[in-house]
Design a protein around this ligand. Structure first.
Ligand code: UDP
Length: 341
């Protein structure tokens, strides 16, 4: 990172992946401003006193202009998005508005101010049901729900902006984010929580009666779905590298962020039992609609282009890290926000 790098605007920096990235970027000496409307974000997740938290919407161009005027950002890292797949099916316009239309408004202001570096939270959901495994960037992107499409459309917009006005972007396609910061100060706190690892832990702590396994008849070795669980701090590291790559004049990149290791639902439950020393109450249920049997990344391109590789590949490390947060002083829940929604 260059010594005098310009401030970075991080949208959604009070969310799960955003807050871990903000902490890393700030620890590298970068000046960070977080823009978050706190609909899903947490004031308590922005822990560094030198990081300014602005409560507002990504699509509020008046606010954006005042922020760009004041800080002259050299780059934007854009996390702010909705990410409930089921809700995206029942309320698609909410997703296209928030995940597609709002970032376009942000890009318009970036163009006005000549800011040409954009790091984008994309997702393996842009691939849909993979045409081959492991998933490389050459796989067909054919998302099967509005959430995936709302993200893929932004990838297309970013390509066109590169051609038209030289916007350099990194589309980082996350697999399954997991874990927390080693000091247990920040972690995953969604409401409602739908993700597997936190829910298995909620079954351990008694917050829910049991974990329901969605489907045991998949064409996988133990019949349950396989995913690629990637530690949130490894994701954060990839964003820092993407910023450096683009700031140094590198070309736009689109790459997968995963470990390359596939782990089944049953294996996650086993890892939670091992880490917590407790038995997980399990219920076996039907498949959840829209769940591909197996999603595993080939992360080679991120290594080639960004020099990035997951530093943790054993799922017990992710589970151990997630448990530190769940069993830590906050018990996996931030205090209620004082401002915003
Ligand atoms: N899953 C499950 N029970 C739950 C939540 C998730 O069996 O209560 C399964 C889900 O079907 C998927 C995997 O766990 O195969 C990971 O789901 P999650 O929602 O965490 O992430 P996704 O892969 O859907 O983004």
């Amino acid at each position: 990172m260059s010594e005098n790098s310009a401030p970075v605007l991080v949208t959604g920096g009070a969310g799960y992946i955003g807050s871990h990235t903000v902490r890393l970027l700030a620890s590298q000496g970068r000046k960070i401003v977080v823009l978050d409307n706190l609909v899903f974000g947490h004031e308590g997740a922005v822990v560094d006193p030198e990081v300014e938290l602005v409560v507002g919407d990504v699509g509020d161009q008046e606010l954006l202009r005042s922020l760009f005027q004041k800080h002259r950002f050299g780059a934007v890292v854009h996390f702010a998005a909705y990410a409930y797949v089921g809700e995206s099916v029942t309320n698609p316009l909410k997703y296209y508005q928030n995940n597609t239309a709002e970032p376009i408004k942000l890009l318009q202001v970036m163009q006005e101010f000549g800011c040409r570096v954009f790091v984008f939270s994309s997702t393996c959901a842009t691939y849909g049901v993979p045409d081959r495994l492991p998933i490389t960037e050459a796989n067909t992107q054919n998302p099967i729900n509005p959430y995936g499409r709302s993200k893929l459309m932004v990838e297309w917009v970013l390509r066109d902006c590169d051609t038209a006005w030289g916007l350099k972007s990194a589309c980082l396609r996350y697999f399954n984010a997991s874990g927390s910061s080693p000091d247990g100060r920040i972690g995953e706190d969604h409401d409602p929580e739908t993700h597997l690892i936190p829910r298995v832990m909620m079954a351990v702590t008694g917050e829910i009666d049991s974990i329901e396994v969605f489907g045991t008849d998949y064409d996988t070795p133990d019949g349950t779905c396989i995913r690629d669980y990637i530690h949130v701090e490894d994701l954060a590291d990839a964003h820092a590298r993407a910023l450096d790559h683009l700031a140094a004049g590198g070309d736009s990149v689109r790459c997968n962020l995963g470990t390359g290791v596939g782990v089944s639902v049953k294996e996650i439950i086993g890892a939670v039992e091992e880490v917590t020393g407790k038995t997980v109450p399990v219920k076996y249920g039907p498949r959840r609609e829209g769940d591909p049997a197996s999603l595993v990344a080939d992360p080679a391109l991120a290594k080639e282009l960004l020099g990035w590789e997951a530093s943790r590949k054993d799922v017990r490390q992710m589970v151990d890290s997630a448990w530190k947060w769940m069993s830590g002083p906050l018990n996996g829940r931030y205090p209620k926000n004082q401002s915003g929604s």
